[in-house]
Design a protein around this ligand. Structure first.
Ligand code: MN
Length: 288
């Protein structure tokens, strides 16, 4: 199957990174998507860049402060809500595969908050819902491209590719027994799903081969909410591991043409998930 989603050249695009089972932040980004849809005569899209699933299963008193506000993993319900939202908005609600989703459909099993997060989630869901989860995740793309120049992946744009066809025909199966370290060395899918950074020259070559100009991804936690690297890369933290005040999402104009990530402005394209709680830097175009 073709593993690259192609977005249109019109409308708005709301971009949300790693939720990791956080239902509260999921509901908030859906509210933002609904507002964008209303403000633009229905012409809006919502893109999740992977890791919808696998959050902490901790009691509040065991919660480490650095992870931001407390929440409890609701991966199963979150995926169900995503599927229902996508069905109500045909062709407008999308999710990429993250390294945590990959574990359910051929990737190495992740062990961030449990010895085996894949087995844990599937046992909580039971066999029927687990099979349905795998069917849903199998259909997801590995990357998305838009005529505005944006190239979206879960991890950093560190893959060395000749053309977009290398991503379109990527094989995701057969890594169950591998470790995350081994898969990082697997061409194309290793870096796309696991890399936390990319050298500017490698990133530039990747976005060019994908037919774009800028790379947008999550996977890593940016405590301040986002980070620009060179002219090509923007790392976004919408939810996981970040305090509410610093969580950001993107609101992109799909009819624009972005030549550099410096054209994505705080207060315009880079927006606070919770404006009422936002830090000073995210207050708007006048912010630092
Ligand atoms: Mn990840």
């Amino acid at each position: 199957m073709a593993r690259v989603l192609r977005l249109p050249d019109h409308g708005r695009l709301i971009v949300c990174t790693d939720l990791q089972g956080c239902m509260r932040d999921y509901r908030r980004i859906v509210e933002i998507f609904h507002d964008a849809r209303e403000a633009h005569d229905g012409d809006a899209h919502l893109l999740f860049t992977g890791d919808l699933i696998h959050g902490p299963h901790l009691a509040e008193h065991d919660w480490p402060d650095f992870l931001g506000e407390y929440y409890r993993d609701e991966s199963g319900d979150l995926v169900d809500a995503f599927v229902a939202l996508a069905a109500r908005n045909p062709g407008r609600v999308h999710a990429l595969i993250g390294n945590h989703e990959h574990g359910h459909i051929g990737g190495p099993h992740t062990a961030k908050f449990a010895a085996d997060e894949v087995l844990l989630l599937e046992s909580l869901l039971g066999p029927t819902r687990a099979a349905r989860l795998r069917d849903i995740l199998t259909e997801l793309p590995l990357a998305a491209v838009a005529p505005c120049g944006a190239v979206f992946t879960h991890g950093a744009p560190a893959a060395v590719i000749d053309s977009i066809a290398d991503v379109e025909r990527a094989d995701l199966s057969g890594f169950e027994l591998g470790s995350p370290l081994e898969i990082l060395d697997t061409p194309v899918i290793g870096p796309i799903l696991w890399a936390r950074s990319a050298h500017p020259e490698v990133a530039a070559a990747f976005v060019h081969a994908m037919g774009g100009t800028i790379s947008i991804y999550g996977h890593d936690v940016i405590p301040e909410g986002f980070e620009r690297i060179g002219d090509e890369q923007l790392v976004v933290s919408t939810s996981f591991g970040v305090f509410d005040a610093n969580k950001v999402y993107l609101d992109l104009d799909l009819a624009a043409h972005y030549r550099s990530v410096h054209e994505l402005r705080v207060g315009r394209e880079i927006l606070p998930l919770y404006p009422d709680r936002a830090g000073a830097y995210a207050a708007g175009p006048g912010g630092a």
